[in-house]
Design a protein around this ligand. Structure first.
Ligand code: 5HU
Ligand code: ZN
Length: 162
C-alpha cells in the first residue's frame, strides 16, 4: 500500500487556480481576468492578467466602463489577460498548448490564440456569451479547430496564507 497523499489538487484545479491567482493582480475594478498557458506536457509556459501596457500608469489612465469620450474609458487601453500571456511568452512557439482563462476570450484574443497555435481553451465564466465578440470567438475557434470547454468547478476551497 502506498502512503501517497490523496487530496492533492488536480491539473485542472492547479492551472485554473494559477489563472485566477494571476487575475488577482488586475487593477480593473469590475472584471479581473487571469490566464495560464500550459504545454502538452503540463508545464506552465506563461501567465497574464488584464492591465495596461508597460509605461501606462495604473493611476493615470482611466478604469471607467463608460464615458462621453471613449478615451475616458478603459476599453481603448487595456491589454487582455490572454494577449498578455501570449506576449509574455519568450520561449518560442506556443503551438499545441492549452490556455486556461477565467473569462471566455474576446474576438481579438481569439485571433491571437488561433494564430499562436494554441489548440485548447478552458474557460471559467462565460458572462458575455451573448455579446457579438464572444459569438465571433466561438465561430472562429470552431472554424480553426480550437477546442474549448467550460471548466468544471470542483468547489474546492483553496486557501493560501502569504
Ligand atoms: O477575454 C477577456 N479578457 C480580458 O482580459 N478582459 C478584460 C478587459 C477588461 O479589463 C475587463 C472587462 O471589463 P468589463 O467586464 O467591465 O467590461 O476584462 C475581457 C475579456 C472578454 O471580454
Ligand atoms: Zn480579449
Amino acid at each position: 500500500m502506498s502512503d501517497k497523499r490523496e487530496n492533492y489538487i488536480s491539473w485542472d484545479e492547479y492551472f485554473m487556480g494559477v489563472a485566477m491567482l494571476s487575475g488577482m493582480r488586475s487593477k480593473d475594478p469590475s472584471t479581473q481576468v487571469g490566464c495560464c498557458i500550459v504545454s502538452p506536457e503540463n508545464k506552465i509556459l506563461s501567465m497574464g492578467y488584464n492591465g495596461l501596457p508597460r509605461g501606462c500608469s495604473d493611476d493615470e489612465f482611466p478604469w471607467a466602463r463608460e464615458g462621453e469620450d471613449p478615451l475616458e474609458t478603459k476599453y481603448v487601453y487595456t491589454v487582455h489577460s490572454e494577449l498578455n500571456a501570449i506576449l509574455n511568452y519568450s520561449g518560442g512557439s506556443l503551438a499545441g498548448s492549452k490556455l486556461y482563462v477565467s473569462l471566455f476570450p474576446c474576438n481579438e484574443c481569439c485571433k491571437a490564440i488561433i494564430q499562436s497555435g494554441i489548440v485548447e481553451v478552458i474557460f471559467d465564466s462565460d458572462k458575455y456569451a451573448d455579446e457579438p465578440s464572444t459569438i465571433a470567438s466561438k465561430k472562429m475557434m470552431d472554424a480553426a479547430g480550437v477546442r474549448y470547454y467550460q471548466y468544471h468547478r470542483s468547489n474546492r476551497q483553496i486557501t493560501i496564507r502569504v
